[in-house]
Design a protein around this ligand. Sequence first.
Ligand code: GLA
Length: 382
Amino acid sequence: MLKETVRKSFNERFHTTGAVYAAPGRVNLIGEHTDYNLGFVLPGAIDKAIILEVKPNGTESFNVRSIDYNEETSFVANGQKTPYAWANYILGVIMELKALGFTTPGFDCVFGGNIPLGGGLSSSAALESAFAFAINDMNGFGLSRMQLAKVGQLAEHNYAGVRCGIMDQFASLHGQKDMLMKLDCRSLDYELVPFKLDGYRVILLDTNVKHSLASSEYNVRRAQCEEGIATIIKRHPKVESLRDVTLEMLAEVKAELSPVVYNRCEYVVKENIRLNAACEALKKGDILSFGKEMYGSHEGLSKYYEVSCKELDFLVDVAKSVSGVIGARMMGGGFGGCTINVVAEANHDEFVAAAVAQFEKQFGKKPTVYDVVISDGARKIS
Ligand code: GLA
């Protein structure tokens, strides 16, 4: 459907056909705000994506139409930002490729998507990944998926102003059906972890509280982690990031850190421990222990990293009160967006009904419910 919509729109606008590419959003089961601290994450790509149709136009101009915003713009790659926020992600990708020595010839393009915007499912990373993948493929630049993920990440830093980690772009480009990926954000090695949950479902509940990471405290959290590291390094010069820090090391410097910075650092150290425990549990098929680590993650994000909000906390509390919900937590950067819930098949309907009704009673609006299917990463469709 989305593909047909994109094709129809491209044909109406440019009277020709081009190549079609897709790149998905992602979920992350556990390991939040650990990527830029060079720790571990456990994402998977999902069955919601950005789809684009593109054709070189023999000029230096990029003529791009967004179906969802019902807007179109034309720009050249001189680094000058466009008035359209969505177009700056595309410009960013083209500029970061240029910085690597790869010049993108002009193209005509139409794109659309079904990833909820601002929902914590990485719609912006999917946009960057779709364009990075398509441009690389069309022009035979020969960059690896990991290199393309880094291009997308730099576009986000330099053209959207968010100092994000590598997780979202990595997941959008490397996703595989039914697989989570345990990524070591320092070495960038990753391990596929099968995620076929017999008898369980993954449900997202979207608070519809929109977050904008640029204007949120995301960059502040990153700076607080860096502040912590600067102090720890004085005693432990080999430490590179919070990845290398133990709870014992943190205890040694507690008096030298502000309580806020201490809490941020402790959260990150503990989240890496939780992620490793969760992965071991998953490999053993111990889904109950896996879920406990998810609840632990939420508590840390809410109380110590302070990136949750009352709507997210409310939904996690509802999850705890319904039997059969194995684990629940806020997902992504925070300050809004979705909770991710692992729920026994038998309790699915009961949980959704309880969450929707109680949320509506409390906040006067319904959360949106998505069932998640772990799917393939960026690809050429036709
Ligand atoms: C956003 C960022 C990611 C990551 C998460 C939090 O999604 O883009 O790099 O830091 O927040 O885990």
